[in-house]
Design a protein around this ligand. Structure first.
Ligand code: EPZ
Length: 417
């Protein structure tokens, strides 16, 4: 439950990145020894990935300090990611590449679509088949086999895919020979995965570009790694501060990770001051100006920040267009915001927004992780009370969001899980 109208003020530390932690946890399946991960965020999706790794036979234990995981895949003897886990977290597909590369076999429930789109995995499968995997789909499961191991391949992705790139890298590192992966995704979280794999002994070149060259090795050893900070979590709090005309500082994040998101925040009229590991945003009490957004693969504007800027534009000064080019159905939060009085028209992949001075609080329903965050932002600026239902979506990707926002002065409380 949120009572809007309070500008956010104060200081916050960034959490570890969900979208780096999940592939890195899957990558521990490749190690012939124990791994230690630090700075892992406390999130439902991380718990789900922990449960999945344990169900395969890996030993996973929480250590001190909080956010430290000890994972040993030496005892893995099952290779099946079951439907009841995969249906709660599509990122379970990320065990496909490592299981196939290390054990020659993987059975992963075919991830269904979700609220934001059909979310196919055809490119994951094409990349693994290019490396010699035999893949079939049987009663809702992807059955992948490579009894003689995988062989290096020269493979080009038709579409830039983060997960597909991650699965292909995790397969290539143990394949025989060289792999050239082209038109790969360049999100920073992939760079963090590559950094971890190198620590395990992998030979990967080209990270940060659209082509990776991987020399397969015979085995990878355990390693330690601190997960990078979550640029989307940080961006979400910065947008909330801008929308509420507040002044916050976020520590523990390299501003370079946010790139174009900071440019867009400056265009709203925010005063930004960046240090090497912190970002301060001050609206000086001003109403934000509307900004046009078009999502693109990194280094373009991140789709995971689109919903948050839709909320900001709903109360900004001026008209704006928000175009979602990555997912086919990721503008749904606009319908809930219209119930709060927002002036948003959707045609195909674009939302046309006319900023309003304020919104009216209302009961609204979350549909996916980032849409839920955008409804919280809308509630923070709306007059009166906003009740956001199905906040389990939020708990998948934001660590203690109400605690953090309360620290920043927001009138927000959790009334049920
Ligand atoms: C990752 O999802 C992120 N999830 C998403 O974050 C993020 O929105 C997305 O990348 C884009 O940046 C994790 O990292 C765990 P994609 P992913 O494969 O890998 C199409 C969040 O809010 N495609 O890059 O599933 C697909 O339909 C989540 O934290 C194929 O056509 O995204 C989409 O249109 C939501 N075939 C586009 O590519 C495939 O085989 C990008 O998807 C794979 C993808």
């Amino acid at each position: 439950m949120i009572r809007g109208g309070t500008p956010l003020q104060g200081r916050l530390a960034a959490s570890g990145s969900k979208n780096a932690a999940l592939p890195i946890m899957a990558a521990t399946l490749l190690a012939e020894g124990a791994c230690e991960l630090q700075g892992v965020p406390v999130l439902r999706d991380v718990t789900t990935m922990t449960t999945l790794l344990a169900s395969l036979g890996a030993s996973v234990s929480q250590q001190e300090p909080a956010g430290t995981l000890h994972i040993d895949s030496g005892s893995v003897q099952r290779f099946r990611a079951p439907y009841d886990l995969v249906k709660t977290m599509r990122a379970s597909i990320l065990v496909l590449g490592p299981l196939l590369a290390r054990f020659g076999r993987a059975e992963v429930s075919f991830p269904g679509g979700c609220a934001i789109g059909s979310r196919p995995v055809d490119l994951h499968i094409q990349a693994l088949e290019a490396m010699g995997a035999r893949i079939s789909v049987e009663s809702g499961y992807i059955i992948a086999e490579a009894p003689e191991g995988l062989r290096g391949a020269d493979f080009s992705f038709d579409t830039v895919t983060v997960g597909g790139t991650e699965n292909a890298i995790m397969a290539a590192v143990l394949a025989r020979g060289e792999s050239v992966l082209r038109n790969v995704a360049r999100e920073p979280e992939i760079g963090d995965l590559v950094c971890f794999l190198r620590r395990m002994g992998a030979d990967i070149k080209g990270d940060g570009t659209d082509t990776l060259v991987v020399q397969g090795v015979s085995a990878l050893h355990g390693a330690s790694h601190r997960v990078m900070p979550d640029r989307i979590e940080v961006g979400t709090y910065l947008v909330a501060a801008a929308a509420t005309r507040g002044h916050i500082t976020i520590d523990g994040v390299n501003p370079d990770l946010l790139g174009i998101v900071l440019d867009k925040l400056q265009q709203t009229g925010a005063d930004l001051s960046c240090e090497s590991h912190s970002i301060a945003l001050d609206m000086k009490g001003r109403r934000p100006m509307a900004v046009d957004i078009e999502t693109q693969p990194f280094p373009g504007f991140p789709t995971d920040m689109q919903a948050q800027f839709t909320a900001l534009n709903a109360i900004a000064d001026g008209r704006s267009r928000v175009t979602e080019t990555i997912f086919e159905n990721r503008l749904m939060q606009a319908h809930e915001m219209r119930r709060m009085g927002a002036d948003i028209e959707i045609t195909a992949d674009t939302a046309r927004i006319v900023g309003r001075e304020t919104l009216q609080g209302a009961p609204v329903m979350a549909s996916d992780l980032r849409a839920s965050a955008s409804l919280v932002i809308a509630g923070l600026v709306a007059d009166g009370e906003t009740r956001v239902d199905r906040i389990y979506h939020i708990d998948r990707g934001y660590e203690d969001i109400e605690g953090n926002l309360q620290c920043l002065g927001a009138d927000i409380r959790r009334i049920s899980t």
